[in-house]
Design a protein around this ligand. Structure first.
Ligand code: XCC
Ligand code: SF4
Length: 625
């Protein structure tokens, strides 16, 4: 790929992004797009997965001229090992977030914190019952003690199966068993992946790839699922509510605080702190009319789902949000936070605050959040933001106008409630071909693409074909800004979807949460399969991550496929240097797992690809395509 200079229009489809890109140019601020330009062309060995740095006999680069590394590893082995480590990183991210949630639940249960409580007792009891934990006549905190112990055990090595394997359809479990990929413990599979990919261990590409599947299944059915379920228990199960999206949610006359990262343990406390009367009074004393909180990326998704807090934007909007010049403070926990935010913040008056010891940023101020001090720390952070308000240079403030309305909050619980407590209306709509299938569009932005072009157009094309779309993570902001997350969007849908969503009063594109909340979609798929007495792979479902960038997104893709859901990606991971690995991903997995990957950068062609797959699945169920 040659070095190309993109125009501002080519960088993003959005007016708010373009306006801030122009301002960034004027203000001399460098963004991810500029840095990408300096990084291209990329190294071909790295891009195809053919460089290995796993030992100091190397590094080795596999080519026609030198087809073997010093140890004798060939292209297939090197690519498979690199990919295995890549998705182990992603699984570790989601799952360590899950572990932090368990720690919070444990602390609440054992009375080690006053800062967090159980908000959704009914869900606590429901999950405990599901996992065989006694609930009759017991205090919620006692149940929570057992539940946190049960969840901790999912991370270790003493179990043969994960707790939530009880949700997995029998046929799927048998497939995992036959392939030897039943996930046992979250940490165990990740550690084993690191072991296998050490020099001189697993030197069979297909075998390494199967362990990738096992590792990612641990993420999907435990690490992520536990994160989601505990977050609901501690902060409430989401239900539909209105919110707003785009940079217009930043307010000129208020102290603006952005939360960025993933775990609601931090951001939920910030939500509480911003309405503290003392702090609001202080903000007014400093000349602001109030304190405004907005979210970015996945923690933004979490807050939006449960509290309706507006979303300033997705991954590629994080830098541009600061370019407004109106952000006093950005508080982060972990994952997907560009280190450049510190530098950009320094160009304005924006302070960056880190909260997790495992994610410090040089130049940012660290305010360590722990379960026992979350509230006090949150107030401290909000106070810091207020103190910065007088430092704002009003001459450098420019905020894009006109935030877009959207509906959020579609947990499985609220979806079921909308359908009168059963899946029957959805099943009937699928059988009748009014809803031909469902596709989860998830994941990120990547400056290699025009921002959100694929995310938005794929969503639009699918709903036209009467395919229900579920969005999570950074696709949420894309769909929201395109006006697809409101009931009126049924006008853009096909006739069947329009009828069904119209009757239920829901949008044709449903916001189901953050990236760990893809676990909600796994659960929904399993519920549907069980209802119909089939495997997940028999259902007219697909996943897609058009503009993905992260190790976590790759892990999601792998657990989707390993769960039986065909998954489209806009571009391949760094595996194309191996024909064995590539063929496995694009075809071979289909015969093993009943699902595989499809690669297509063009959203219109991708919609066709997915539609084809849905037709085949519908016919398999004896339904009209
Ligand atoms: Fe990150 Fe979760 Fe991707 Fe967005 S979607 S860029 S992984 S924030 Ni999770
Ligand atoms: Fe080279 Fe093998 Fe060492 Fe990798 S593990 S760097 S291929 S010698």
């Amino acid at each position: 790929m040659a070095r190309t200079k993109k125009t501002i229009e080519e960088k993003s489809i959005w007016d708010d992004a373009r306006q801030m890109l122009r301002k960034a140019e004027r203000d001399g601020v460098e963004t991810a797009w500029d840095r990408l330009e300096h990084q291209t062309p990329h190294c071909n060995f790295c891009e195809t997965g053919l460089s290995c740095r796993n030992c100091t006999m190397g590094p080795c680069r596999i080519s026609k001229k030198a087809p073997l590394g010093v140890c004798g590893a060939d292209a297939d082995v090197v690519v498979a090992r690199n990919f295995g480590r890549f998705v182990a990183g992603g699984s570790a991210g989601h799952s360590d977030h899950g572990r932090d949630c368990i720690e919070a639940l444990h602390a609440v249960a054992h009375g080690l914190t006053q800062d967090y409580t159980i908000k959704d007792e009914a869900k606590l009891i429901r999950i405990a019952n599901e996992l065989g934990i006694a609930t009759e006549g017991r205090q919620p905190l006692d149940i929570a003690k057992d539940l946190s112990a049960e969840f901790y055990a999912n991370y270790g090595s003493l179990r043969e199966e994960l707790s939530f394997s009880c949700r997995v359809p029998e046929k799927r479990k048998q497939i995992w068993k036959d392939l030897g990929i039943t996930p046992r413990g979250v940490d165990r599979e990740i550690a084993e992946m690191m072991h296998r990919t050490h020099m001189g261990c697993d030197n069979d590409a297909a075998n390494t790839m199967l362990h990738s599947a096992r590792t990612c299944l641990g993420d999907g059915w435990a690490g992520s699922m536990i994160a989601t379920e505990i977050s609901d228990i501690l902060f409430g199960t989401p239900s539909p509510r209105k919110s707003m999206v785009n940079l217009g949610v930043i307010k000129e006359d208020q102290v603006n605080i952005l939360v960025h990262g993933h775990n609601p343990i931090v951001s939920e406390k910030i939500v509480e702190a911003v309405s503290d009367p003392e702090l609001v009074a202080l903000a007014k004393e400093k000349g602001a009319t109030g304190i405004n909180l907005a979210g970015l990326c996945c923690t933004g998704n979490e807050l939006m789902m449960r509290q309706g807090i507006p979303l300033a934007g997705n991954h590629l909007m994080t830098e541009l949000a600061i370019v407004t010049g109106a952000v006093e403070l950005i508080v982060v926990d972990y994952q997907c936070i560009m280190p450049s935010l510190v530098t950009i913040g320094n160009c304005y008056h924006t302070k960056m605050v880190t909260t997790a010891d495992k994610a410090k940023f040089t130049g940012a101020e660290h305010v360590k959040f722990e379960v026992h001090n979350g509230m006090a720390q949150a107030k401290k952070v909000v106070r810091m933001a207020i103190e910065r308000f007088p430092l704002r240079n009003t001459n450098r403030v420019e905020i894009p106008q006109g935030p877009i309305e959207m509906i959020t909050g579609f947990s499985n619980e609220s979806l079921l409630a909308a359908m009168g407590g059963t899946l029957t209306p959805l099943v009937e709509a699928i059988k009748a071909g009014k809803v031909r299938g469902a596709v989860a569009i998830v994941g990120c932005n990547n400056p290699k693409y025009q921002q959100d072009h694929c995310n938005v157009n794929l969503t639009r094309e699918l709903i036209k074909k009467d395919i229900l779309v579920l969005v999570t993570g950074c696709v949420t902001s894309a769909a929201g800004k395109a006006g697809l997350l409101v009931p009126e969007a049924i006008e853009m849908a096909g006739p069947g979807l329009k009828e069904i969503c119209g009757a239920l009063g829901i949008p044709p594109v449903l916001h189901m949460g953050s990236c760990v909340d893809n676990a909600r979609i796994l659960q929904l798929a399993a519920l549907l399969a069980n209802e119909l007495g089939v495997d997940i792979s028999d259902l007219p479902l697909a996943g897609s991550s058009p503009e993905w960038y992260s190790e976590k997104a790759a892990a999601i893709g792998v657990y989707c496929v390993a769960s039986g859901i065909y998954t489209h990606l806009g571009h391949p991971p760094n595996i194309t240097g191996s024909s064995v690995v590539t063929n496995l991903a694009l075809e071979g997995l289909d015969s093993l797992l009943g699902a595989c990957f499809g690669i297509e950068p063009d959203p219109f062609k991708a919609a066709e690809l997915i539609d084809q797959r849905i037709k085949v699945k519908r016919q398999g169920l004896g339904l009209k395509p």
